[in-house]
Design a protein around this ligand. Structure first.
Ligand code: KG4
Ligand code: ZN
Length: 345
């Protein structure tokens, strides 16, 4: 099937795979609607090491990929031969982990003689918003908050984006994970910080780092200030209140992120802000964004919590947008390779 034929295909059936980090996931999408979404998470394996071990992640993707795809197909009541096209995350992410998914889907597409759509993981995170709210229409501001990336972008259309700013050092998810480690909380730190913060009060001063642009962030300084706070307390022989530290850190980060997104919406005269990425599952960030938008007559959009963290439903949705609105550049040839780093959007 040519790209032009794919574009016109009624009830377009897409089978998508995600394997960029520590989740092996497969989803089936028909005419823009999710029929099934299966996620096999390796979190419990990596927990032991305090973070994702790339080599172990790749090995587990190899073990999981076939059963995950089989389960997603079975749940959707289709076979691989029913697919009009396949889709796969090709970057950014862990190279070895990505390679497993890319090789598997290239094999499937080649064997069944079907087109393969290559998907940018971060664009996938943004596309998760259309699953939760199909009425969301560009242009709008996207606030990307994941384990590897943090940025404010202008979503100009379903397939074009303008980068406005982002982190100059650590990604926000990394900051959550590192602060959690300082507080002796397990990996992944984001959900643990959120849990701990529930019983806390915002008593610890977290300085807001100065960056050159209102859309740029710096999280490594924040992480350092938490480390310094913990060390100072230890030197004085004082016990730190983990809940208060978690609450202070989380609130400060939520404010910084939301401030930048709201400013961008105002500057570009846009009414909608959509959150994207694993850290977008955070209840406090969602609350602060909702409140800030309500005050300024803006609309806040969120993926469901399940589609904030890595999944293949968002990859299938992004592939669907590429087919429906794209120019064919997402069509992968035999040369498709996994890429650890690609342009953000
Ligand atoms: O988007 P994601 O699943 O993977 C990447 O593409 O990087 O993001 C993973 C990150 C981790 O750093 C994890 O700690 C964070 O998302 N995260 C959270 C929450 N759930 C996951 N951070 C804050 N609050 C949460 N509830
Ligand atoms: Zn992700």
């Amino acid at each position: 099937m040519t790209f032009a034929e794919l574009k016109e295909k009624k009830d377009l059936l897409i089978v998508a795979l995600e394997s960029s980090c520590d989740e092996t996931a497969c989803a089936v999408l028909k005419d823009g609607k999710i029929l099934s979404s299966v996620i096999s998470s390796q979190i419990d394996i990596h927990k032991e090491y305090g973070g994702v071990v790339p080599e172990i992640a790749s090995r587990n993707h190899v073990i999981n990929v076939e059963p995950v795809v089989e389960e997603a197909l079975k749940k959707a009541g289709v076979t691989a031969s029913d697919a009009d096209c396949f889709a796969v995350t090709y970057g950014a992410g862990l190279l070895g982990a990505l390679l497993v998914g890319v090789s598997y889907m290239k094999g499937l597409a080649f064997a069944l003689n079907k087109p393969l759509i290559k998907v940018n993981h971060i664009r996938g995170h943004i596309a998760a918003n259309y699953i939760a709210d199909p009425s969301l229409t560009p242009p709008y501001i996207g606030l990307i908050v994941s384990g590897g990336h943090t940025a404010v972008v202008k979503v100009d259309s379903y397939t074009s984006f303008t980068y406005l700013g982002g982190t100059m050092d650590d990604a926000v998810g990394e900051a959550f994970d590192k602060v959690a480690r300082v507080l002796s909380l397990p990996y992944p730190g984001g959900p643990e910080i959120e849990k701990a913060a529930k019983g806390g009060v915002r008593t610890v001063y977290i300085p807001e780092p100065k960056t050159g642009s209102p859309y740029d962030f710096s999280f490594s300084g924040i992480k350092t200030s938490v480390i310094n706070y913990a060390h100072t307390a230890a030197q004085r022989g004082e016990e730190i209140n983990k809940a208060d530290v978690a609450c202070s850190f989380q609130s400060a980060v939520a404010e910084m992120l939301v401030k930048a997104a709201v400013r961008a919406a105002k500057e570009y005269g846009l009414k909608d802000i959509a959150l994207a990425g694993g850290v977008g599952a955070n209840g406090e960030i969602r609350r602060v964004l909702t409140e800030a938008c309500a005050k300024r007559d803006l609309r806040a959009h969120f993926p469901t919590k399940e589609t904030c963290t890595d999944n293949a439903a968002m990859i299938a949705m992004e592939a669907y947008l590429q087919v429906r609105y794209g120019d064919g550049s997402a069509l992968a040839g035999e040369e498709l390779d996994a890429r650890a780093s690609i342009p953000l959007v």
